[in-house]
Design a protein around this ligand. Sequence first.
Ligand code: KG4
Ligand code: ZN
Length: 346
Amino acid sequence: MRILGIESSCDDSAIALYDDRDGLVAHKIFSQVDLHALYGGVVPELASREHLQRLLPLLDAVLNETGAGKDDIDAIAYTAGPGLIGSLLVGACVASGLSLAWGKPLIPVHHLEAHLLAAFLEKASPSFPFCTLLISGGHTMLIHARALGDYELLGETLDDAVGEAFDKTAKMMGLPYPGGPVLSELARQGDATSFKLTRPMVNRPGLDFSFSGLKTQVLTAWQGSPQTEADKVNLAASFQRTIAETLEIKLERARQAIGFKELVVAGGVGANWEIRERLAAWAKEKSVSVFFPRIAFCTDNAAMVAYAGMARLQAGLVGDETLFVKARWPLEAKPSSGSCVDSPTS
Ligand code: KG4
Ligand code: ZN
């Protein structure tokens, strides 16, 4: 069985083909980063227009590369939310057009479920139940994944997401967009002990996070320093270390609360080298098996969407939904319940 996956929730246009026996057959992505870098952040209207121009050529590229035609494809999975509504709509309309033209079922995919299932694209993959640390530009969540489609939210950010904190901090220090990866590379050269930053919300019980105060601490430290290149790399390193330590503390708390044996680290910030190193060391010490998707599948991509569509179809979790998109969509909500459609398009 082969599933075509379409991702367009934010600023990456992507198409992939997943086969239940051969695994990932092809995946193509066009990053809009150069376009949005001109404005210092994602411009939703421009993102939608770019998806409109990019998705069909990416589809052609996938079909040409694999030689697949409509008869080789069994269903069309697309990211239905959460995300930028205009961008989601473009992907949804491409998916719907293909579904109607080819007579194939449509599978709406939850973007966060796709992120947490990205670990299944690797040879060594987790098995349910496991804990997921989902850290991206829009979300910071600790999730107890009991089974496919059965997710319990253990904790989440009360304000900025980790990726957002990386991006805003980087912008404040005059680094180019997208700040997260740039700041992270700078941090390699810095001394993480040079600025004393407080790890946010670790002295309060519970599994929620907060990162906006840390951002303010960095701003105050930056403005109070001579702002030399050395200050920049040292502050980047101190900020990143504080984030990595905070995530580790909350993960240990979650382990003590629910006693998980497997951990998946998903989402764009899961590409961060120090977070990966630190959590791998922590997991080894606690005898937890940790699964990181490869870097290209931490950030937005269509391979995870195609995989999620396949997993849902095989598990009988796909209803006969009509086309829909949802800008906001809690992961715990059941996708096939009609009431969760906030932006019906049919
Ligand atoms: O998952 P993703 O591609 O898109 C969302 O669904 O949000 O995540 C993008 C976020 C951005 O905030 C980006 O700065 C951050 O992930 N990011 C990183 C790194 N690579 C991407 N943050 C820190 N270190 C990185 N290496
Ligand atoms: Zn994402």
